[in-house]
Design a protein around this ligand. Structure first.
Ligand code: BGP
Length: 469
């Protein structure tokens, strides 16, 4: 490792995946179905039965990650693989799988970073009301405890819930939103679910600290600051509203154990305050993160609300039409978009670090960042993904600038280590450093082929971020 680099010498270079998008073997070896296995997949996209078949090929995959020089691998545990019904009996084969995966990482000196929950509620718990059921707090806390007990001897870094803000804002799109039949006040229900998640993850953090004093645990929301469209004072108010709703509601609750006042007032005005019970705020305050993990793909831009309510609403993790009365989402003319329509904003990455750090003063790790693109396999079996290298290079440059600004940054785990199935846009939207030879519906050879970005990232890691050419 190069000495005297901008980034700390133990910087956690790696990449991320999630169980339901990468593993496959979705009902094998005793795994119970999750909401992802029972949902109707978007038309024209692959189902989630095979994915990248990481479940059977993880040794080969981890060896490739080791070849890139990974210091960390962020992956998630499928709750229904280890506890098929979500509560009750533990599946020994599920425990065995993650135990071997962890050992395989450690064999190469790769730090496993485990996400406890990444968009895959056990289907059996959805039938019991999912996050609407107040018992979900204990379901999750018990599941987390079981994971700490089984893997805490080897796993130092834990993440609670992936993109809780997106579960709340775009749950139907991700395939995770369950509302009670004839729900009279959906907004109140959604924010009550969100409240249960807040309490559940705080409980999990407190348990982690109690039984694994050496471990570190944090959240992994999707954070990107929201710019005002202009310096018109009403646009500033709109951007503040959008930031509160998208970003600060979550981080304020995780770190300070309290609700963001703008969101609380808005929910009150809509008769949609979450159902809170006595003692909930004590629990929120008892579970403090050691660091902030966050996914960053882009910023957003907002102006004063105008138009009809139907013109608002979140459209994907990164696109938002706005919220009646609060803000209107607009396109940022200074930014280019990816092939899949997401704006690309490396400089916004730096501002996002600065903003998070000045608000919370906790070390940060990037748990996702990356470019979804159509990759082409050439006849001589190469993938020339210079567009991805360009994207990552520009973002790493901004990480270094943010570090020079005094932000504490622990690591970078872009999305994704290997090609996998996108949240709602199938296999064709690829993010990996490692190509997987399969199509949307044709499983082909499933061979792993390093992309150009693989060799580039290897140099980046070897130079601790100094060599970005
Ligand atoms: C995040 C999710 C990931 C991942 C990524 C890319 O929101 O945490 O699971 O899928 O976005 O999104 P997509 O697959 O929609 O392109």
């Amino acid at each position: 490792m190069t000495e005297n680099t901008v980034l700390q010498n133990d910087f956690l270079w790696g990449a991320s995946t999630s169980a339901y998008q990468v593993e496959g073997a979705n009902l094998e070896d005793g795994k119970g179905p999750s909401c992802q296995d029972v949902k109707t997949v978007p038309e024209g996209t692959s189902d989630l039965t095979v994915c990248a078949d990481h479940y059977h090929r993880y040794k080969e995959d981890i060896a490739l990650m080791a070849e890139m020089g990974f210091k960390a691998y962020r992956f998630s545990i499928a709750w229904s693989r280890v506890i098929p019904n979500g509560t009750g009996k533990v599946n020994p084969k599920g425990i065995e799988f993650y135990s071997s995966l962890i050992d395989e990482c450690i064999k190469y000196g790769i730090e496993p970073i485990i996400t406890l929950f990444h968009f895959d509620m056990p289907a059996a718990l959805d039938e019991r009301g999912s996050w609407s059921n107040r018992d979900s707090i204990d379901w999750f806390a018990n599941y987390a405890k079981t994971m700490f007990e089984n893997f805490g001897d080897r796993v130092k870094y834990w993440l609670t819930i992936n993109e809780q803000n997106m579960l709340t804002m775009v749950g139907p799109l991700i395939g995770t939103m369950v509302l009670p039949e004839n729900c009279e006040n959906p907004l109140k229900e959604i924010y009550t679910q969100n409240h249960h998640m807040l309490v559940a993850q705080a409980k999990a953090m407190a348990i982690c600290h109690e039984i694994l004093p050496e471990a570190k645990i944090g959240p992994a929301p999707n954070i990107g600051i929201v710019y005002p469209e202009s310096c018109k004072p009403e646009d500033i108010i709109a951007a503040q509203n959008a930031n509160a709703l998208r970003n600060w509601l979550y981080l304020d609750a995780y770190v300070f154990g309290r609700y963001n006042n703008l969101v609380w007032s808005w929910l009150k005005s809509k008769d949609a305050l979450p159902k809170v019970e006595d003692g909930d705020f004590d629990i929120l305050k008892s579970g403090k993160p050691d660091f902030i993990g966050f996914n960053y793909y882009s910023t957003a831009t907002a102006k004063e609300w105008e138009g009809e309510a139907e013109e608002g609403g979140a459209l994907s993790q990164q696109e938002n039409g706005g919220e009646e009365g609060l803000f209107k989402g607009v396109h940022n003319p200074y930014l280019q978009k990816s092939e899949f329509g997401w704006e690309i904003d490396p400089v916004g990455f730096r501002s996002t670090f600065r903003e998070i750090y000045s608000r919370y003063h906790l070390p940060m790790i990037i748990t996702e960042n990356g470019l979804g693109a159509y990759d082409t396999l050439t006849e001589d079996k190469k993938i020339h993904d210079d567009y991805r290298i360009e994207y990552l290079r520009k973002h790493i440059e901004q990480i270094k600038l943010a570090a020079e600004d005094g932000c504490e940054i622990m690591g970078y785990c872009p999305w994704s280590a290997i090609d996998l199935i996108s949240t709602h846009e199938g296999m064709v939207k690829r993010y990996g450093f490692i190509y997987v030879d399969r199509d949307e519906f044709d499983l082909k050879s499933m061979e792993r082929i390093p992309k150009d970005s693989f060799y580039w990232y290897k140099k980046v890691i070897a130079s601790n971020g100094e060599d970005l050419d």
